[in-house]
Design a protein around this ligand. Structure first.
Ligand code: BGC
Length: 335
């Protein structure tokens, strides 16, 4: 009886110790593009907390939108002996070099939120359905404003997501432009997703069109904020529908105040959690369940896990962002 009890206790101890024991043995690298936007701050916080829970030694580097710095920082993480690298590339195609270097060192890579393009090597992609993000934006804005002059902004040309968002939105905008109902008065990428750059572009478009602009497709909340400043300077804030993305606090406040029309909620808590789980599974040599989903990177189909984005307007903001605990009520409805 005593022997049996000891065996059972021993087995229980082994089971309890197993995840921690493995986790404590390995380091994971995390390379992020920026901390200037709220969403990337949240991604970092979530992954740090999840890694801590799992007993993983997470080593974080932030590139500050500098592609060559990101390569150097990842080389450094590789030399620190990380087993898995979670990589959100600043520059999609130049980050392929990082995949090469990681592969040579036997390190698995998770392309996080943004796809690394032009690599023929094996890695996984974990993101949201980014074409769907653009579709939600495009559908919303064309329903709100089916005719008139449009400013169409896309994100950074170095970010594959910017192309996917645009592709999704243009499914709705282009047919109306082809019909002549919509006139696209500006169609530009925004360098490094900078709000100040978006503001400048919107100012230019407003000036060139004597303020006759009827809708703005802004790819995220940061660029929407820049455009809304340009609009406000002309007394147009709240009069012209404008999209966004990321459910940032500033975006949510503008939605409540009526100067921004919508945002897209991508639950970065879920994404960060999945990334850490995936890193653990890869380190354990487990196969990642992708249900056959792939995204093409220009050279191959990359096995992908894509989470669902949701549209947020004034009508469902409480339900989506506050009840879910993503944003705090007192901050969104501040006086
Ligand atoms: C992300 C967006 C973000 C943008 C700018 C994109 O890759 O998917 O959520 O707003 O980068 O950082």
């Amino acid at each position: 009886m005593k022997r049996l009890l000891c065996t059972i206790l021993g087995l229980m101890a082994a089971v309890l110790a197993a995840p921690g024991a493995l986790a404590a043995e390995f380091k994971v690298g995390l390379s992020l593009p920026t901390q200037r936007e709220e969403r990337w701050v949240k991604d970092k916080q979530v992954m740090e907390a999840e890694a801590k829970k799992a007993g993983i030694d997470l080593r974080v580097q932030v590139t500050d939108n500098d592609a060559s710095k990101q390569v150097a920082q990842c080389e450094n993480l590789i030399s620190q002996g990380v087993k898995v690298l979670i990589l959100a590339p600043h520059d999609a195609s130049s980050a392929a070099v990082i995949i090469d270097k990681a592969a040579k060192a036997g390190i698995k890579v998770i392309s996080y939120d943004r796809l690394v393009t032009n690599s023929a090597l094996d890695y996984h992609y974990l993101s949201f359905d980014n074409v769907k993000v653009g579709e939600l934006q495009g559908e919303f804005i064309t329903k709100r404003q089916p005719k008139g002059s449009y400013i169409v902004l896309a994100g950074s040309p170095t970010d594959n997501n910017a192309k996917l968002f645009r592709e999704g939105a243009m499914k709705y905008i282009k047919p109306l432009a082809d019909k002549g109902d919509i006139k696209i008065v500006m169609d530009q990428f925004v360098k490094d997703w900078q709000p100040s750059e978006a503001q400048k572009l919107c100012e230019q478009a407003l000036t060139a069109n004597q303020n006759k602009v009827d809708a703005v497709l802004a790819p995220n909340d940061g660029t929407a904020g820049g455009c809304i400043q340009a609009m406000a300077a002309q007394g147009l804030a709240g009069k012209v529908p404008i999209t966004g993305q990321d459910a940032e606090l500033s975006g949510a406040i503008r939605i409540v105040q009526g100067t921004q029309s919508m945002t897209i909620f991508k639950d970065t808590r879920e994404l960060g959690k999945r990334a850490v789980q995936m890193a653990l599974e890869l380190a354990q040599g487990k196969a990642i369940e992708t249900h056959g989903q792939v995204v093409n990177n220009g050279k191959k189909d990359v096995p992908s896990v894509l989470l669902t984005p949701f549209i947020v307007t004034k009508d469902n903001l409480d339900e989506m962002l506050i009840k879910s605990g993503y944003l705090e009520r007192e901050k969104v409805y501040k006086k």
